[in-house]
Design a protein around this ligand. Structure first.
Ligand code: GLY
Length: 390
């Protein structure tokens, strides 16, 4: 089915692209992003402190390798290498990867996929560096230590008053596990990833196909104790980035397994997201679809970037591909406009403006954030694969 769909979709996209009134210029946007990354590197030389965001006082907010966002900065450089094929980007990305290696033994976080697969995983894709494969394999072994067979998931957090919390974001960390089975031949990683996806599918979604942020499980039985939020407006609201993580995550699990139920789930999430009455005209969502102060609520460009990248992959597999492609193109057009794309030399070196990290915590509101930049670059490169002449 996939083989038949892809050429058909490419033809549709070509026809659509020719008729599209909005013309997205990948080269113009990527050139601007490259200039901005260069500016960031000129101003920031400590390769153990990863730029994450901007503080309230306007200064750069950097984090250590153990932060969940540490891999996105080198990951963005690997994307720049993919785009430019300029060895200087591979060299710089490798230098920024280095301090992350020790996290391969970190069993205190579920975010090893974000931290290691976006950095070393991207490096491996573009350079076939065997050392990176060993780091990713060790990281995968560390990650599955957080899997509990009774609950049927990888545990998300060790902090807070939760008994056994699992967040929708955790879907994103499964990609490294699928890679680990392909690389090592050991099916344990694949089995953990599939079980985690199945348990998430069963418990994280509402009847309208939006997702809860956190499911807290009873550890002894695996029963659901509570369905809550942490970063959303309320327990029953649809936190925008959570919807985007789910969309991207289930699309990826379909790619890795070929099981249609994951494709159907990804389509349901995409349809909830794209048809939501509170999705603004420019398709960059408010931080929560149910934020009380819409239309004055802050936007979340990071959710838009993750969704665009997910939609571009989902479009390859779905019969609704042209719709998803058109939506992604519109999102990328918005993010490439002056409203979101920072001028080189501004925005503390980050590519995009206007993301929201943790509204209930009153932190990272309407700021640049490194994962917005990472998924924006990935989406632009996915778009370029489909439309090479843009
Ligand atoms: N994974 C944490 C977040 O999306 O903010």
């Amino acid at each position: 089915m996939k083989q038949v769909l892809i050429p058909c979709l490419c033809l549709c996209l070509f026809v659509f692209g020719c008729k599209s009134s909005e013309s997205l210029s990948v080269s113009k946007t990527m050139d601007q992003a490259e200039a901005q990354l260069e500016y960031s590197l000129q101003n920031h030389t400590d390769k153990t402190k990863y730029p994450r965001s901007v503080k309230e006082d306007g200064n750069l907010y950097t984090v250590n390798s153990s932060d969940w966002t540490s891999g996105f900065y080198p990951g963005s450089m690997w994307f720049m290498y993919q785009y430019t094929q300029d060895e200087k980007w591979a060299q710089t990305a490798a230098e920024w990867n280095a301090a992350l290696e020790k996290e391969k033994f970190n069993t205190k976080t579920h975010d090893l996929g974000f931290m290691l697969y976006c950095s070393f995983g991207n490096g491996l894709k573009f350079t076939e560096n065997a050392t990176y494969a060993q780091i990713l394999l060790q990281g995968s072994q560390s990650l599955i230590k957080r899997f509990d067979p009774t609950v049927g998931t990888i545990r998300s957090w060790d902090f807070g008053n939760w008994e056994y919390p699992v967040i929708i974001d955790n879907m994103m960390n499964l990609e490294m596990l699928f890679w680990a089975t392909k690389y090592s031949g050991d099916s344990i990683f694949y089995k953990v990833a599939v079980k985690h996806a199945d348990t998430t599918l069963e418990n994280h979604f509402r009847s309208d196909n939006s997702s809860y942020h956190v499911i807290d499980y009873e550890k002894a039985t695996g029963k659901v104790k509570a369905k809550k939020t942490h970063q959303g407006f309320s327990d029953e609201s649809a936190w925008a980035r959570g919807q985007a993580w789910g969309l991207y995550g289930f699309t990826m699990v379909y790619r890795e397994t070929g099981d249609k139920k994951y494709l159907e789930q990804a389509e349901k999430i995409a349809d909830f997201y794209l048809n939501h009455p509170n999705l603004p005209e420019d398709m960059v969502p408010y931080w929560d679809f149910d934020a009380p102060d819409i239309p004055n609520a802050p936007r979340d460009a990071s959710a838009a970037a993750v969704a665009a990248s997910g939609l571009l992959e989902l479009g390859r597999y779905s019969l609704k591909g042209v719709t998803y492609y058109a939506a992604a193109e519109k999102i990328l057009n918005s993010l490439s406009s002056d409203a979101y794309l920072a001028k080189p030399g501004t925005n503390q070196g980050f590519i995009l403006m206007h993301s929201t990290g943790h509204m209930p915590n009153k932190s990272e509101i309407d700021v640049p954030i490194n994962y917005a930049d990472y998924y924006f670059l990935e989406a632009m490169l996915r778009y370029k694969m489909l439309m090479p002449n843009r």
